[in-house]
Design a protein around this ligand. Structure first.
Ligand SMILES: NC(=O)c1ccc[n+]([C@@H]2O[C@H](COP(=O)([O-])OP(=O)(O)OC[C@H]3O[C@@H](n4cnc5c(N)ncnc54)[C@H](OP(=O)(O)O)[C@@H]3O)[C@@H](O)[C@H]2O)c1
Length: 215
């Protein structure tokens, strides 16, 4: 992405001060999750044991740890729903670590949940105002990392710029959907497709905002 980040942020700050929540900015909101081929991000009971798949696709790309580490550095903050946070807490308690590094992590919740590290902040209230008024002026690359309820809400409110959908080579039959109860169509533009040696396919779509749909 080109452009001077400071100029973009400044433009948005000025616009936000004018209460224009649809301000133009070079910040980007990405929704990313991994799903089974049948579109589920977790089983009905919330378990994600099926994420460990074993497949080989000879023509696929290799996941280069150095590339992944460099890519993760480009993410400025994470946003997640409370149930995803509770899953992350469970992982950490089992010794699997914390997936979000030292990046600010905003947890959407109306409840009082344990705050396990300083980078975690809880938020309740108007999500559009939070993203456009607070996150976009401060962070360039904002990643919504689940779950299905929050991903759908993010699209419903037209907050997302892109969707990264990693399809794993498995069908699980039932579970929590990637976009829970989305109540309308959302037009997308396919921007990138990558297939990996482990059988995962990563799709990157840009969300076509209302103003683009006539194109
Ligand atoms: N496969 C993957 O890549 C992946 C990624 C992430 C999560 N997951 C799985 O997905 C499951 C969780 O997904 P989920 O859809 O059940 O829950 P979720 O989206 O993680 O959390 C939903 C909860 O967040 C809170 N919330 C606050 N503001 C909200 C808003 N504006 N919109 C929506 N929710 C808001 C509400 O709870 P309060 O009662 O706290 O207010 C709501 O019930 C877990 O099992 C997790 O393991 C999988």
């Amino acid at each position: 992405m080109g452009g001077d980040p400071d100029t973009g942020r400044l433009a948005l700050t000025v616009n936000t001060q004018q209460d224009d929540l649809m301000a133009i900015t070079d910040s980007r909101v990405t929704i990313h999750m991994a799903a089974s081929l049948d579109g589920f991000i977790a089983r009905k009971d919330g378990s994600v044991d099926w994420l460990e798949t074993s497949d080989e696709f000879a023509g696929g790309e290799t996941m280069d740890p150095e590339f992944i580490a460099a890519f993760l550095k480009t993410i400025d903050c994470y946003v997640m729903g409370s149930r995803t946070y509770e899953t992350a807490l469970g992982f950490e308690a089992k010794g699997f670590g914390w997936s979000y590094g030292d990046k600010p992590t905003f947890v959407l919740t109306s409840r009082k949940l344990p705050r396990i590290r300083e980078t975690v902040e809880f938020h309740s209230g108007d999500l559009a105002q939070f993203v456009n008024g607070r996150l976009r002026p401060k962070f360039r690359s904002i990643w919504f990392v689940g779950g299905g309820a929050v991903a759908a809400e993010c699209l419903r409110l037209e907050l997302a710029d892109e969707v990264r959908y990693s399809i794993l080579p498995v069908l699980i039959g039932d579970g929590i959907q990637f976009f829970e109860k989305l109540d309308r169509d959302v037009a997308l533009h396919l921007a990138e497709v990558k297939a990996y040696k482990n059988g995962m396919v990563e799709l990157r779509y840009e969300v076509r905002k209302h103003r683009d749909e006539s194109r």
